[in-house]
Write a protein that binds this ligand. Sequence first.
Ligand SMILES: Cc1cc2nc3c(=O)[nH]c(=O)nc-3n(C[C@H](O)[C@H](O)[C@H](O)COP(=O)(O)OP(=O)(O)OC[C@H]3O[C@@H](n4cnc5c(N)ncnc54)[C@H](O)[C@@H]3O)c2cc1C
Length: 387
Amino acid sequence: MAEPMLDVDGLDASQQLLRDNIRRYLKENFTPRIQQAEADKRFPHELIGGLADFGYLGGYLPEADGGLGLDYLTWAVMMEEAGYCWLSLRILLNGLNIVSGIINAYGTEDQKARFMRPLLRNERKTFVSISEPDVGSNVAEIKTRADKRGDRYVLSGSKLWITNGLFADFGIVVARTFSETCNGELSLFLVERDETPYEIRPVETMFARSTGTAAFSFDNAEVSAANLLGREGHGLKQILIGLNFGRLNVAMGAVGAAQSALDLSTEYALQRKQFGRPIGSFQLVQKHIVDMTMKTLAARALGYRAARSMQNGNSRTECSIAKLYATEAAFEVANLALQVHGGMGYATEYPIERIFRDTRGGMIPEGTTEIQTLIIGREILGISALT
Ligand SMILES: Cc1cc2nc3c(=O)[nH]c(=O)nc-3n(C[C@H](O)[C@H](O)[C@H](O)COP(=O)(O)OP(=O)(O)OC[C@H]3O[C@@H](n4cnc5c(N)ncnc54)[C@H](O)[C@@H]3O)c2cc1C
């Protein structure tokens, strides 16, 4: 029997085929919608359902739970291709999959039926709400509170930077919980727009303009006790597991965006002529292309390494390394791509300026570059510089 074909990144033939099929599908179905969606600041959510067959909607979950049982390396390739097409797509898929993963791990059967299964069918839209005006990197300091009153919790506080918050109809809210059995530890709540009254304000951002970033205010807003996700007071651990998975997704999206910037630049360098020659024939432009290539390859290698570690069940440091390196590398690659494109790099009709803005965003959510550095440093040195 012939050996399965491996490419240099260690993907087998089925993973390579999947990558090619996804790239073609996203180019045909999503790419033509990008320009308008960015201008309208509204992502075409209805297109996401078409990605279910590839496994983008919870495909990494076991088949018994509604997934396809995909391994994490295959998943990483899929996130990479989402980023290659459009970082906003990767961003929304990240939220959808973090939420479905947490519900699958900690939710009741009723919560899986009401929240997770509809998400996997693209019938509902979701968000993850952790950050607050005064709380970013230090999640443990969250101020929003949830007070237990009978069969309900009462939420009060402000949340900020909620991706998809403008469009989503439910999501996970992290709140400090007070009840007979919980004295201020964090818990997760599934908060529904139709059931719990909360104020939603748009937040204009430099990047991912179609992803509906919002701020929320909860003013004694009631949520049913049936919507407590997992155990009271265990929210910090639960959300950090979700964020670790998110770091793999962010890293791989960044790799895809870097590859896209590199491909566009290579094409442009061959086609654009100055001084009677293609600009790609100038040594300084070649240096840019070579630097972009090396950064992209290194980021991909670290991303796939993190995916393999996740498959083996131990990936915290690897995901931080991949997230840190890939997001920084992608922005450097996008910056060089803009340089190679000259003035055209600034034109909004061309993808480079969007990729430049979008790759910059990767260094902030899911733990900033500095926070990833401290997580990795703590692991290497055994000393925490975080607090
Ligand atoms: C576009 C966008 C989308 C987002 N989406 C979501 C979302 O969907 N849900 C959500 O909950 N949040 C979201 N976030 C928020 C994001 O997670 C936070 O912005 C991030 O955690 C950083 O928090 P902060 O902005 O408050 O910065 P801060 O924590 O105030 O940090 C400011 C600076 O100080 C540095 N710093 C902080 N502490 C340390 C330390 N101990 N050592 C060294 N340096 C430190 C940081 O690295 C950073 O450079 C999003 C953010 C953006 C920009």
